[in-house]
Structures are given as structure tokens and as C-alpha cells.
Design a protein around this ligand. Structure first.
Ligand SMILES: NC(=O)c1ccc[n+]([C@@H]2O[C@H](COP(=O)([O-])OP(=O)(O)OC[C@H]3O[C@@H](n4cnc5c(N)ncnc54)[C@H](OP(=O)(O)O)[C@@H]3O)[C@@H](O)[C@H]2O)c1
Length: 196
């Protein structure tokens, strides 16, 4: 993927990245943990975002890159991208240790907890390399009606994928690159922080 981007879009900084991989193998008790399934969870949920970040980070704008142009307020464009780059990765509220009140889902929780750490560490890198030209955040999309939640569709209120995506994009484009602007942290679809 990185090679294709390099060839097809030479000298083009990455403006908006959304890395989404995630799978869930349900474990209600420790006895249900299966080594192959747990490894699968860690590969997709933790190693996946880590490798995407490894190969995509080279395309982030640097401190000396010009700011991206921003459409004026009268523009009809629905999505007004900011003048800095935004790199987002998908966490999940259940990856938060402080929010864990119900237990279960051991591998999913543990592998998604890594998103909070990866995003903080990557943001420190972006701060030094890109300054205010790029930031990264983790996201929680809400409980969304996708294949991912299929077995829980009955009897549970869920967001439609398009609604969740629209809310998340709104949150993303409003993130500021300053130290207090929310970078390196996890935000939900309502724009509220999910603490690690
Ligand atoms: N739905 C929810 O309520 C909810 C809540 C919290 C967090 N999340 C997170 O949101 C993200 C998107 O989930 P979703 O609800 O949109 O579910 P989804 O429709 O099942 O999407 C899962 C994503 O993971 C990718 N993926 C799965 N296995 C993979 C593998 N082995 N290698 C590489 N990529 C793989 C899929 O890629 P392909 O499309 O190419 O298969 C797809 O992009 C996930 O990270 C999930 O943990 C979802």
C-alpha cells in the first residue's frame, strides 16, 4: 500500500487517515479464552494499527510543509478539513481500563487498550516531527449496527454506521493541534473523551 501511494501520489502529504481494523472473539469467562482466537485479536486489533502507522507515518506532513488550504465559510462542502493532517485510529470504549465495570471480553479489551497507548506514543512522535502540521487521536464510534455487532442487534439500540461516521468526522475535524487541543487521546462520537 505504501509503495502504491508513493508511486501514484509522489510528494503528497497525507491529510486524513482513518485506520479501522477490529475483530471480536467473545469470551465471557477466562475458561473461554482460546489461544488462536486471542492471537487473532491481538494481530488485528493491536498489531494491525501498529503496522499501518509504521507504513503511513512517512506520508505525514513535516514542520516545514505548507498548511493545507481550508475552504471558506461560504463553501458548500460538507466536510471542512482543517489546515493540519489528522491521523485517527479506532479504539473502543471497552479498551479503557478505567471504564471497565462489567469484565469479560478479555482479548478484545486487552488488544483495544493498546490503541490508547499507541495513539499517545505516536502523537509524541508527530509533535516533534510535524509540530502543529499533524496530530493523531483514537476514536470510539458508539455501539454501531455493523457486522461486528450482528449477534447483539436484537433488543439493543444502536447507531447506524452513517450516523456514527458523520459524528466522528465532525469530532475529528474540530481537533486542534495545540497541546490542549485533544491530540494523543481517545474521543467518542459525541466529542467526549474516553479516558484510558
Ligand atoms: N460496531 C461497534 O459497535 C464498535 C464499537 C466500538 C469499536 N468498534 C471498532 O470499530 C472498528 C470498525 O468496526 P465495524 O463496527 O465497522 O465492524 P466491521 O464492519 O466488522 O469492520 C471491521 C474492520 O476490520 C477489518 N478487519 C477485520 N479482520 C481483519 C484482518 N484479519 N486483517 C485486516 N483487517 C481486518 C475489516 O476489513 P475488511 O472490510 O477489509 O474486511 C473492517 O475494516 C473496529 O476497530 C471495531 O473494533 C466498533
Amino acid at each position: 500500500m505504501a509503495e502504491t501511494i508513493r508511486q501514484e501520489l509522489p510528494d503528497t502529504p497525507l491529510r486524513l487517515a482513518l485506520t479501522m481494523p477490529g475483530i471480536l472473539h467473545v469470551e465471557k469467562s477466562p475458561s473461554q479464552i482460546d489461544a488462536a482466537n486471542a492471537l487473532d485479536s491481538f494481530q488485528v486489533n493491536a498489531l494491525g494499527p501498529l503496522l499501518l502507522m509504521k507504513h503511513l507515518s512517512q506520508f505525514m506532513p513535516t514542520k516545514s510543509s505548507p498548511a493545507f488550504s481550508v475552504s471558506d465559510d461560504n463553501s458548500e462542502e460538507l466536510l471542512k478539513l482543517p489546515s493540519h493532517a489528522v491521523y485517527a485510529m479506532m479504539a473502543a470504549r471497552v479498551g479503557s481500563i478505567s471504564d471497565n465495570n462489567s469484565g469479560g471480553w478479555y482479548s478484545y479489551r486487552a488488544s483495544k487498550a493498546s490503541a490508547f497507548q499507541i495513539v499517545k506514543t505516536f502523537d509524541l512522535y508527530l509533535r516533534s516531527r510535524c509540530g502543529e502540521r499533524a496530530l493523531t487521536v483514537a476514536l470510539h464510534p458508539g455501539t454501531v449496527k455493523t457486522d461486528f455487532t450482528k449477534e447483539f442487534w436484537k433488543g439493543r439500540e444502536m447507531l447506524e454506521p452513517a450516523d456514527s461516521a458523520e459524528r466522528l468526522l465532525k469530532v475529528l475535524v474540530e481537533m486542534e493541534p495545540g497541546v490542549k487541543g485533544g491530540r494523543g487521546r481517545c474521543w467518542d462520537w459525541k466529542g467526549e473523551e474516553v479516558v484510558p
